[in-house]
Design a protein around this ligand. Structure first.
Ligand SMILES: *Cc1c(COP(=O)(O)O)cnc(C)c1O
Length: 444
């Protein structure tokens, strides 16, 4: 029977007071790192445990330390063992260490809009814009906004408010989470004029639709689906003959052609073909931070940059820093994961599977088809390998520390190592062993 808390001998009356605990020097570093509120919550949690008799009163401070969150954010780092390189739910492109360093050092005061030599105001993010211009010499000028959708909104607002945007019926794309490009465009006050059919659109369909109200022709790369069979579409070069601005939304952020992704359009090629403006995302194939890239005709870019809406879509210094480092720096993790070598992947999977087997976890190396994901290269298979585990481990791995997100397929949990840095194989392997042990424990 629980002792009566009203008796003086009850140890629960000796639970240290909150102010005493908070003043303990052992909690000092946590206060600096996490803030007073988080530390106070951990202290109160530990006091509650002691009050409930779950821990000794002498252990309240230890319990408070153990209850502290790892970081001052609720965002949890996860290992992406899904095989999907640009997983929108997992934050799309993981940044290169160069980009991470750049954004950390930009976190304080920086000369983002300031000329150190003269002390005068300078063009915001000019280093990033220079890097982008250098990466795509075909672009007369460039601009950066918050994401690909923002780039489209800016273009539609500045160039087609109260006017018409011509778009093929085969390019009325839903980009995910219920967002549709044509609805986004209509929200700006522009009117969409659909041309052609779902499977076939010809140059004459566009030509017939052009009138005094035409703002521009929009070419949208169908980045997350493919139409096959009796199809026809009009390329940028042909559209550019119609003497109306052509805005080309490539989505993926590929700046130059990539022989490994032959069907993926790139900014340089579409600009050379005559696109007035190309829009793209920064956190897809480019492998950078979330951003919207606007590249093309210098006068048009100036119009976009000067439009009042541009201020509302302005990117943060952290984005500018990470984007510049992505453009100038070493190959990105995205590029490395896309190009992961088949033999190396197999060797890594085999080593992990063997270690798991000898720890008593059923594991087998199986072929695994990864994907580019995140609205890029929809038809492109990424053949690789995975470690096949019992299905129930998927949930345990997700809820564990570290969190490992796997792919569940046909009643199995697939641990695909493509998007896991090789240096983390042992950590992930340890997480699987821990997960298997946890799930063995009988329910109490
Ligand atoms: C992804 C994508 C967008 C939206 O870009 P965000 O950066 O996600 O806002 C727009 N158009 C196409 C073709 C895309 O693939």
């Amino acid at each position: 029977m629980a002792p009566d808390p009203n008796t003086a001998t009850d140890p629960r009356r000796r639970i240290p007071r909150t102010d005493v605990l908070l003043a303990d020097t052992r909690l000092g570093p946590a206060r600096d790192r996490l803030g007073d509120d988080a530390v106070k919550r951990a202290v109160q949690f530990a006091q509650g445990q002691a009050r409930a008799g779950a821990i000794d009163v002498e252990r309240v401070l230890d319990a408070a330390l153990a209850a502290l969150p790892d970081a001052a954010t609720t965002l949890r780092p996860v290992f992406n063992a899904t095989g999907v390189v640009l997983h929108t739910n997992l934050g799309r492109a993981p940044l290169s260490s160069a980009a991470v360093e750049a954004l950390v050092s930009a976190a304080g005061y920086v000369d983002v809009e300031f000329d150190i030599a003269t002390g005068a105001r300078a063009r915001r993010g000019r280093g990033t814009l220079d890097a982008l211009r250098a990466a795509v010499p075909a672009a007369g000028d460039v601009h950066v906004v918050n994401n690909g959708a923002a780039a489209l909104v800016l273009v539609a607002t500045a160039l087609a408010a109260d006017r018409e945007i011509l778009i093929s019926r085969s390019e009325m794309v839903e980009i995910g989470d219920g967002f549709r490009i044509h609805e986004l465009l209509c929200s700006t006050g522009a009117r969409l004029r659909e041309v052609g059919t779902t499977n076939r659109t010809h140059l004459r369909d566009y030509a017939d639709a052009i009138g005094p109200k035409t703002g521009f022709i929009l070419k949208v790369h169908p980045s997350n689906f493919r139409i096959e069979g009796f199809t026809a579409s009009v390329g940028v070069a042909e559209l550019a003959t119609l003497r109306v601005p052509v805005i080309a939304d490539i989505g993926s952020g590929l700046l130059r052609p990539d022989p490994r992704l032959p069907e993926e359009p790139d900014a340089a090629t579409w600009l050379a073909a005559g696109a007035t403006i190309v829009t793209a995302s920064g956190d897809k194939l480019l492998g950078g931070p979330q951003a919207g890239l606007v590249l093309g005709d210098a006068d048009t870019v100036t119009r976009l940059r000067r439009h009042p809406l541009a201020r509302a879509l302005r990117v943060d210094k952290l984005t500018l820093a990470a984007l510049e480092a992505t453009l100038r720096g070493p190959a990105t993790p995205t590029a490395a994961f896309l190009a992961a070598d088949d033999t190396t992947l197999h060797t890594r999977c085999a080593a992990v599977a063997e270690a798991l087997e000898s720890a008593g976890v059923p594991a087998e190396v199986v072929p695994s088809s990864g994907a580019v994901g995140g609205g890029a290269a929809p038809g492109q298979d990424l053949p690789g390998w995975a470690v096949r585990l019992p299905e129930h481990l998927a949930q345990v791995l997700r809820r564990g520390v570290p969190c490992v997100v796997t792919r569940v397929e046909k009643g199995h949990c697939l641990l695909d190592l493509r998007c896991i840095p090789a240096t983390a194989d042992a950590t992930v392997q340890g997480a699987v062993i821990a997960a298997a042990r946890t799930s063995e424990q009988p329910c109490t």
